[in-house]
Design a protein around this ligand. Structure first.
Ligand code: C2E
Ligand code: CA
Ligand code: CA
Ligand code: CA
Length: 277
């Protein structure tokens, strides 16, 4: 075996191997997660400037039989690398379409935002898959918002633009998630049928107290104004976060101040109970 120094590198190697084994085990388990009903859709409300609920974002959770509830930050990268994200993402889209139909059947027109990973967006069946779920459920396409990443926008603008154009004609909307963390240029953004930008919560968090983050948030709002896009500020935890955004023209908010993510059935129960009260 290789000789390694006593500088911490030796300790690092078993840790790396463990991480790799862990990842491998996770991938194996994830393969069966859908069939075993272990994946759950949770929802977090989105509100307008009056605090009125206008929609919700779907956030995945994995209820692992031994490990308990696993955060998407831990398994989405595994799903993305292994390609499992295509099946998982399609399942989430089906859940969104069904939920949307249930809500409109109860007279509730909420927009539902679904995260689409780059690999999921790149697959050739993306558009036909979404059309299938919309038709099967009878959901209104105009209530579906697809959250895409900035990297997607730059990587293959021709493919991205073609898919977005086709879905846009149906009424489906596009939101650029975590805006400001990537490197998309105005020139690229202008070529796409976008509806919205989401300001990443890492910027929102410190904007009221940190001049750099404040400038970034202002820059994003200015870009949005130029392009005629609406903006959602995410990670709004305090009235100070909301006021900072509101004073600078942000009109939509998401964060713990307005509601934590909740399991789908709980969200639906609350939503339908509100209607009767
Ligand atoms: P994201 O799309 O940026 O989602 C927002 C994350 O911020 C969520 O974390 C949400 O729970 C969290 N959050 C919301 N409000 C607050 C707040 O006020 N304060 C703080 N500190 N956090 C807040 P979550 O649910 O752990 O999801 C993490 C990421 O996993 C998401 O980030 C998204 O990139 C990814 N993800 C979740 N569901 C899906 C999915 O169905 N498909 C794909 N491709 N990715 C998903
Ligand atoms: Ca998102
Ligand atoms: Ca994120
Ligand atoms: Ca984010």
């Amino acid at each position: 075996a290789k000789q390694l120094g006593r500088d911490g590198v030796t300790a690092f190697v078993p840790a790396m191997r463990e991480a790799a084994q862990d990842r491998f085990a996770l991938e194996g388990d994830l393969r069966h997660a859908i069939a075993r009903n272990e994946l759950e859709v949770w929802l977090q409300p989105q509100v307008d400037h009056n605090g009125v609920r206008i929609g919700a974002e779907l956030l995945l959770r994995w209820r692992h039989p031994e490990r308990g509830l696993i955060s998407p930050a831990a398994f989405i990268p595994v799903a993305e690398q292994s390609g499992l994200i295509i099946k998982i993402g399609d399942w989430v889209l089906g859940q969104a379409a069904q939920l949307s139909r249930t809500l409109t059947d109860h007279g509730q027109r909420l927009r539902l935002a679904v995260n689409i990973s780059p690999r999921q967006f790149r697959q050739p069946e993306l558009v036909s898959g979404i059309k299938h779920w919309l038709e099967a459920s009878g959901a209104d396409p105009e209530l579906l918002v697809l959250e895409v990443t900035e990297s997607l926008v730059i990587e293959d603008i021709v493919d991205t633009a073609a898919k977005m154009a086709e879905l846009s004609t149906l009424g489906v909307r596009f939101s650029v998630d975590d805006f400001g963390t990537g490197y998309s240029s105005l020139a690229y953004l202008k070529r796409l049928p976008l509806h919205e930008l989401k300001i990443d919560r890492t910027f929102v968090q410190d904007a009221p107290t940190d001049a750099n983050d404040a400038a970034l948030v202002e820059g994003i709002l200015s870009v949005a104004r130029h392009l005629g896009l609406q903006v959602v500020g995410e990670g709004v935890e305090t009235p100070a976060h909301r006021d900072f955004l509101l004073e600078r023209g942000c009109r939509y908010f998401q964060g713990y101040l307005y509601g934590m993510p909740k399991p789908l059935h709980e969200f639906l129960q609350d939503q339908l109970a509100d209607q009767c009260s």
